[in-house]
Design a protein around this ligand. Structure first.
Ligand code: MG
Length: 315
């Protein structure tokens, strides 16, 4: 079995944080600067107390580094939270609302989008999905989830490290965090808010199962929303998808994102690696490793950044 990737560029991170503390956004700064403190900003060696890149071979003495904003897109279930079966209860109840029938087939989730899950359930029960079914699915799911919110709070939990990781990324310079999930938007909000995780994420620029039933298409949707809101460009070098299933990994690769997988769900490190995750971490317990994995896109040569030999990526 492979050893999970450990990213060890801690000295670099410290330097970036030093730069953030010293930087004062200009008066003309736009929304990104106002909200996140650092724009698509040019940092000089002086900004980092003189040690950024000096003598390390990847920046060159007195070199300037362009500091791109990053879009970190989070899966929800088994990546940030454990729903302890409440999701499947919600699908079952939504199915009953839609059809008047109870569920007597296994419900398959594992990284699928809400519309996919519900349409598969209809088909498994011998029901040909109609346009009326499709139109009513979001309301049925939202009502069911809303009815289950207190049970989710009691039985579910934020996964270890989720709070500290989201907080660390919020404090990292230039990182926008948003959901990218198969859940419909209101249910993503409910699932995260009952554990107090919602405040770290920008739901306006997220992408959801209610936007498209094909998960890979959600990457472009989130990217376009973020570009519009923050007046910045997000591409393969600045979009990071974090998720726990091979479907997250595939969606990230097909959608053009750098993929940081976490093996906190049903898929093993080997499985996530085999699907092509750029970095695989066992879970979110080491927030610093997640921050460094996300921000490593700025320094990966194959993505057009600067090489940094202290980052060990799997691929
Ligand atoms: Mg998941």
């Amino acid at each position: 079995m492979s050893v999970p990737t450990r990213v060890t560029a801690s000295g670099h991170l410290t330097s970036l944080r030093a730069g953030r503390l010293e930087h004062t956004p200009p008066a003309s700064a736009g929304l990104f600067e106002e909200r996140y403190g650092l724009p698509s900003h040019t940092l000089t060696d002086e900004d980092h107390g003189g040690d950024f890149g000096r003598g390390k071979g990847y920046m060159g003495q007195n070199a300037m580094a362009t500091f791109r904003p990053l879009l970190a897109l989070w899966d929800v279930d088994h990546t940030l939270i454990e729903n302890s079966g409440i999701s499947k209860d919600t699908y079952a109840q939504a199915f009953e609302r839609l059809t008047g029938r109870s569920v007597d087939h296994e419900i398959h989730t594992e990284g699928r989008t809400d519309p996919e899950i519900m349409l598969n359930m209809l088909t498994a029960h011998g029901i040909e999905p109609t346009t009326e079914h499709v139109a009513r699915i979001p309301e049925a799911l939202e009502s069911s989830m809303s009815a289950n919110a207190s049970r989710l709070r009691e039985r579910g939990y934020a996964l270890p490290g989720a709070h500290t990781t989201l907080e660390a990324l919020r404090d990292a310079p230039g990182v926008i965090q948003a959901p990218l999930t198969g859940n419909i938007r209101p249910n993503a909000f409910t699932k995260l808010s009952v554990f107090g995780l919602h405040a770290y994420l920008d739901f306006e620029v997220g992408a959801y199962g209610s936007d498209d039933h094909v998960r890979a298409n959600l990457v472009g949707i989130a990217r376009r929303r973020a570009a519009t809101k923050y007046n910045a460009t997000f591409d393969t070098r600045s979009t990071i998808l974090l998720g726990d299933t091979w479907r997250d990994v595939r969606a990230g690769r097909d959608g053009g994102a750098f993929v940081v997988a976490v093996a906190s769900g049903s898929d093993s490190i080997d499985r996530l690696q085999a699907e092509g995750a750029d970095i695989v971490l066992p879970d979110l317990r080491d927030a610093q490793s997640v921050v460094e994995a996300v921000t490593s896109v700025r320094h990966r040569p194959e993505l057009g950044g600067c090489p940094i030999d202290s980052i060990a990526a799997i691929r």
